[in-house]
Design a protein around this ligand. Sequence first.
Ligand code: UDP
Ligand code: MG
Length: 319
Amino acid sequence: MPPKYSFIVPIYNEEETIEEMYRRISQVMDQMDGSVELCLVNDGSRDRSLKMMRELHHQDSRIVYLSLARNFGHQIAVTAGLNFVRGQVVVILDADLQDPPELIMEMVEQWRQGYHIVYAQRIKRRQEGWFKRFTAYAFYRILKQLADVDIPTDTGDFCLLDRQVVDVLNAMPERNRYIRGLRSWVGFKQTAVRFERDPRFAGDVKYTFRKSFALAINGIVSFSKVPLRLSTYLGLLAAIVSLFMCLLVLYWRIFTPSSPLTGIAIILIAIFFLGAVQLVSIGILGEYIGRIYEEVKQRPLYTLSEVSGFEQQYPDVQQ
Ligand code: UDP
Ligand code: MG
């Protein structure tokens, strides 16, 4: 019999948080009204995380785990979890306890009311630096403006998904997994529960600025074609500006013929301006072409080095 609930927790170098995470989550697991599996996904950790996961698995049979063969990134780790878990209701949450497990009860309540997707919406971020708060704030608003689907602001990956939704997500072939975007894209009945995001329990942030930036670009490029149109606009703008410059040069020729320097300056400005417009446009094209390239390669999304606890359902997987 598959469990009723599955919790997915991606783990990347979280040795300092795992024990506390297990303690808090298992309290919630004990309160659930059906069987629960806790699926830990090791995303190529280099510390003792995997060892601790193995120990937990031996200690508590409700814990199952996957180990990716290297660091594939948070979104892929969650995707791997979604591929394997068997529950009727699936909850995704972070290992660092920034997503309070206690909120799961509230989410399940909404699920009982008939919602297929319940996402957690942050009303406040406690003790995160101003830079992170500001960039996150700006990003979610820009994304909302640009995206083809309505992606709610200030929602992370912390959410509850019904089995029906998980099956749809698993059937999606795309390689660029921006889960909060895909989650909005699929539709179904969705609702939010609000919460205040706690500070990280321990350890450093695993999302470096580079990873967050890549995720942000991914989100925008995967769900919007507006940047492509932007290069057309930039081209138009360049045309208008150069027309204006022509008129200016003509004016100088006629009325102030003795200032050759301004002429050179204007040529330089025009060259730089056009250069910038072209580079930006090529960059935008590159982002989309890069994604097409990723998709056509058809590589698997991840490689697994270890799978434990899924025996009954996946007899073919190497244990
Ligand atoms: N994580 C992961 N792979 C990565 C980076 C992060 O699996 O390459 C996991 C990490 O262990 C944590 C979650 O993703 O469970 C969120 O990471 P973090 O707390 O660093 O990000 P933030 O809270 O800033 O979104
Ligand atoms: Mg965190």
